[in-house]
Structures are given as C-alpha cells and as structure tokens.
Ligand binder design. Structure first.
Ligand code: GCU
Length: 419
C-alpha cells in the first residue's frame, strides 16, 4: 500500500497516481507565435513577459502599481529583545497614497551581534504577529474572524493568551542565531481571507473599475497578499539594517502560493520558498491530483481572478501550468517543499513543476534541478531549484526551516559574519 492510497481522499479528490489523466504541459520555451526560445535575451524580453501576462489574465489577476510615495512609521523598537540577542522593530506601512488607505504592521527581528546589513526571511503569518512568538513586546494584531451563521467577518484585537500560539512555525531564535533577520506581517492586514466582494482590505483603495462589474482579470486575494510583500520590500530598501539584495520570501500553504506569485512578480526577492503550497501554488493543475481547480475556486472564490473559473474541470485549456510560475522566478533560486502526508497539495505535482521549469533555469545559466526522479522522503535535493518532501503533515516545521536556512547560507554566503 503506497502512502498516497493509505491516506483517504475527500470524495471529489483523487489520491491515486494511476488515475492521474494524461496531459501535455505548455512549453515554457515556445513563444505565443510558435517560435522556440533559445537564448536568454529572448526569454527575458519576449517569453517571460508573455507568461507573466498569462498568469495575470487567467490566474491571479492584475495588481496595481506601488503607491506613489512610500509612507511608513516606526511604531516600536527594542534593541534588547529576546534576552538581548535581537532588535525588534514594528513598522506600519501604508498600502496606498490616500489618507484612509489601510496600513500593514511589519514585525521585524534583527540579530544584534552581526555586522549589518543582514539577510532577511520575509513571510506572512495566518493569525497575527503576536502568535509567532511569546515575546510580550509584540503588539497584539487586530485579527479578522471569518463570517459565520449570518454574522459578518469582523476585526478584533488578538488576545494575550494567543501570544506564541503559532511559534512552532517560526523558530525566531534559530533564525537570529544563524545571522538572519525575520520579517512577518499578519496577512489579514492586507486583505481579510474571506469573500466579501472585495470591499475590505486593499482592494477598494486601488480598484477604479469604470463599470460596476469587477473585471475578470481583477486581482484576487493571493495577488493582494503578494503585493503587500512587495510593499515590505519597498520598506527594506529604506532600512540600512536589511540587506535588500538578500531577502528570501517564504510562505506556507495559501501563503506559499502567495510567496511564489510575489517571487514571480517582484524580482527583488532573491530566494523564493514555497512550503506545501499545492493547487494554485507549486502543484501542476493538469494532474487533477488532490485539490483541483474547481474545488479551490469553489471553496475560496476570492483567491484568484474571475477568469480562473473558466478552467474548472477544464485544466487542459489553461494557457499556462504551474511549472511556468516557477520559471518566472528563474534564474533566482527557488525552493519547493512538500510533506508526505499532505496529498491534498500533491507532492509529486509540486516536484514536477520544478522539474519542468528546469529548461528555463538552464537556459539562464543555472544548474536547474539536481534530479529527474522525485527525491525520497527526507532527502532534500539542493540546486537552483531545490526540492524536498519530508515526513509528516501539512505544516511548516523545524525540518523545513533547517533546510531553508542551509540553502540561504549557500546562496547568501558569508552572510552571518560576526561583527
Ligand atoms: C486549504 C486549501 C489549500 C490551502 C490550505 C491552506 O486546504 O484547500 O489550497 O493551501 O487550505 O492554506 O492551509
């Protein structure tokens, strides 16, 4: 009995490799006019923009430009955080030019005993900044509840007792001890994660639709969260303690889909990490394994753009597949990670996206992916396209972080120099 069949699938999902339909992936190196792309300049000037445009039109939607003026405020600083080893800053970053535009609160830990600037991991969190560590100095985030039983979603200050409740996913001391900074933002600051017709969060502050109807390529929530990550990057460019050339963007699950789209749309991210991102993230849609396009569009109608609905039970018609999302990140290093018991996210489909992005990575002069065979459980494969599938469930664990830190050490070499 293979692991995938041992875990029972929801009624409308397939967990059996033998039932994956035959499919043909669009070739990332054949342009819309049918010409094959065989030099890096052509990829950059012609094919990459085509693919980016296809993802904006059919999958994630079209995001606005950055605000004209970056407005931010340092709202707290403690140079003796975590027993003196770190500086903790909180920065409110405005998500638009208008005075009533929302702000997001960036929580930033930086190691004290290393020379600045430092490389930084940046990732959104699900439950509020104060849940990532029990540090009493973290401001309690205002957290959205989802609408239920006729009640609208609402925002409430997080409770004292929820401090540190997501700490297993954020090994802050380890990150600091290894010479890295960590930046994180509650994703609901950017857009609350429920479907309200795009009335709250950043959308209404940027959408200027002529007609009452929302365009089919208007940005969804994943695009909004990714756009927020780019606004954190705008801030990093102004913070002398942060090495803006060494920022790794990371996310788990829906936020892994988000980190991939952030990495694809914003070349300032030097390393892009997808942890168990699954459907609409690293997993190939055409495999119809685990979560499918129709399922995700039904459960989460606000995540993608309206056009993505056209591919419900119709994946073969997609002009892209997710290997092309990985290719958009090239030649920058990407790390795709899966969990063996997370069949919903299709580990093999996540690996295959990396494999089929390899020709683009090689065209751009990198070592691409190191193996054509799916690596065994707990045996990471490291190269420009890194991949691992670890033992266990859908989660972001110490094992995952250990790999990401090792990989960052290699890529950002010598980053952790003692002061
Ligand atoms: C659901 C959803 C996934 C998503 C996950 C998460 O399981 O179906 O697409 O990745 O939630 O964000 O935890």
């Amino acid at each position: 009995l293979s692991l995938s069949t041992a875990i029972s699938a929801p009624p409308d999902a397939n967990y059996d490799e033998a039932k994956v339909p035959e499919y043909t992936l669009p070739d990332p190196l054949v342009a819309a006019d049918g010409a094959s792309v065989d030099d890096p300049a052509e990829w950059i000037s012609k094919r990459r923009p085509e693919i980016l445009e296809l993802f904006k039109t059919h999958v994630y939607g079209r995001s606005p430009d950055a605000p004209k003026r970056l407005q931010y405020e340092l709202t707290s600083i403690d140079r003796q955080a975590l027993g003196g080893k770190a500086t903790r800053k909180e920065i409110a970053i405005k998500l638009g030019d208008a005075p009533n535009a929302p702000s997001m609160n960036l929580l930033l830990y930086l190691p004290n005993d290393v020379s600045k600037p430092v490389p930084v991991f940046l990732g959104l969190n699900f439950k509020g900044n104060h849940t990532i560590h029990s540090d009493p100095g973290i401001t309690l985030s205002e957290v959205w509840s989802r609408p239920s039983k006729g009640r609208a979603g609402e925002k409430k200050r997080g409770s004292e007792k929820s401090r540190g409740t997501s700490a297993s996913r954020w090994p802050v001391e380890t990150i600091i001890d290894r010479g890295y900074g960590l930046g994180t933002i509650y994703y609901g600051d950017i857009d609350p994660d429920f479907h309200d017709g795009f009335k709250n969060g950043v959308h209404p502050h940027h959408d200027k639709h002529e007609s009452a109807e929302r365009p089919a390529d208007a940005w969804g929530s994943i695009a909004a969260w990714a756009w927020g990550l780019s606004r954190a990057m705008d801030y990093f460019e102004r913070d002398d303690d942060v090495d803006q050339k060494k920022v790794a963007v990371l996310g788990h699950s829906r936020l892994g889909k988000t980190s991939l789209w952030a990495g694809a749309t914003d070349p300032r991210f030097a390393l892009v990490i997808s942890n168990d991102s699954g459907c609409g993230g690293a997993a190939l849609s055409r495999r119809r394994f685990g979560e499918k396009v129709k399922r995700i569009n039904t459960s989460f109608p606000h995540w993608f753009c309206g056009n993505f609905d056209k591919y419900n039970d119709n994946e073969a018609a997609l002009p892209v597949d997710q290997h092309m999302l990985i290719a958009l990140i090239a030649p920058r290093p990407v790390y795709i990670a899966s969990a063996a018991e997370d069949q919903w996210a299709d580990p093999r489909g996540e690996f295959l996206s990396g494999l089929h992005a390899d020709p683009v990575y090689r065209l751009l002069g990198t070592d691409g992916i190191a193996t054509k065979e799916m690596p065994k459980v707990d045996q990471p494969s490291h190269s420009a396209i890194s991949y691992h599938v670890r033992t266990g469930k859908h989660d972001l664990t110490a094992f995952d972080w250990g790999q990401y830190l090792d990989r960052a050490d290699t890529i950002f070499q010598g980053s952790a120099t003692p002061a």
